[in-house]
Design a protein around this ligand. Structure first.
Ligand SMILES: [Zn+2]
Ligand SMILES: [Zn+2]
Length: 320
């Protein structure tokens, strides 16, 4: 049989379902609760190994209960289900179903070791665009070890960039992001403003936060410094000015994808989505580069003090 005659399902392997993309409707929630049959041998679970929705009763529970799962199965390690008794266990089990999964080899330390994990995958959870458990993964939280998860920026220095990027994308106003990744926080807020404000070239009501985090205007102009050879390229290679405003971009190091007709035309959804995700990767890499440069420049004495941290934050990270 020629390939074109084969059914589509045989030619295409569908990707595994990802994290929750939306909240459930009231009808969906009622149906989900009604359809669940309790597994009497596993407290807190239904016969499909999913947490029993009827046990979600507090307002915090409901934030998890209301997530619409794209995944239909929980990834119990070796297929072994565990009782879901405590509030943290039921929330992390539901969170695991709905969370953002670590890319290959970028799990938290505990999941990578694979000793204490209940689930096969390492996932962080967002409810209504709020990172839960101070960025700890659901696997660690399930066993009461969320405070030891290596994704927590308040306890560990090197949180993987995918975690930081995921938070910056979904919760750009995160206080933990601003405390531990101030540059990323500023970038995320600028991106967020661009996304939220596509039509009017006015600052939205929520822009105060971003203003607080962004460098003041005189500092910002540093971005306009031209290439190493003055007078060369600054005019000729100057990036297009976005008609809806936005920060100037430095043509020496950066060409904005928003100048690409395939992007600004917004006719190719897949291309736009890929570019959107690429931008998050670029932010992560730029943030990392900035942090590395800062560290070295502080060591060399090129900078006298961190230029984007408040004094009290310096104390947190100070090394004797
Ligand atoms: Zn993990
Ligand atoms: Zn973890």
């Amino acid at each position: 049989m020629c390939p074109t005659c084969a059914p589509i399902s045989e030619l295409m392997e569908l990707p595994p379902p990802g994290p929750s993309l939306r909240l459930r409707t009231a009808v969906e929630l009622t149906a989900a609760i009604k359809d669940q049959v309790e597994d009497t041998s596993f407290p807190g679970l239904d016969i499909n190994g999913l947490p029993l929705m009827r046990n979600f009763i507090t307002s915090l529970d409901n934030k998890f209960r209301d997530l619409h799962p794209e995944r239909t199965e929980l990834d119990w390690k070796n297929g072994t289900r565990r009782p879901v008794k405590s509030p943290a266990a039921r929330r992390s089990a539901q969170g695991q179903l709905c969370g953002v999964e670590a890319p290959a080899n970028q799990e938290c330390t505990s999941c990578a070791e694979g000793k204490n994990n209940t689930f096969d995958h390492c996932r962080i959870v967002f409810t209504k665009e709020q990172a839960q458990w101070a960025w700890a993964c659901a696997n660690c939280v399930f066993v009461g070890a969320g405070h030891k998860c290596s994704f927590r920026p308040d306890r560990f220095l090197h949180v993987p960039s995918w975690v930081v990027t995921a938070v910056a994308e979904r919760q750009p106003s995160s206080l933990m992001l601003s405390a531990h990744y101030p540059t990323m926080h500023s970038s995320a807020n600028r991106m967020s403003l661009m996304r939220r404000n596509p039509i009017l070239n006015v600052a939205p009501a929520g822009s105060n936060d971003a203003d607080k985090e962004n460098p003041p205007p005189p500092k910002r102009r540093k971005f306009q410094i031209g290439p190493a050879n003055p007078g060369e390229g600054t005019v000729k290679d100057a990036p297009l000015k976005l008609k809806k405003g936005g920060l100037p971009s430095n043509p020496t190091w950066y060409k904005s994808p928003l100048e690409d007709p395939k992007v600004y035309g917004m006719e190719d959804k897949a291309y736009a989505l890929d570019t959107y995700r690429d931008l998050a990767d670029i932010i992560a890499r730029a943030t990392e580069d900035h942090a590395r440069m800062k560290e070295t420049m502080l060591e060399k004495g090129f900078l006298s003090e961190p230029d984007d941290q408040k004094p009290e934050e310096e104390n947190v990270f100070a090394v004797e």
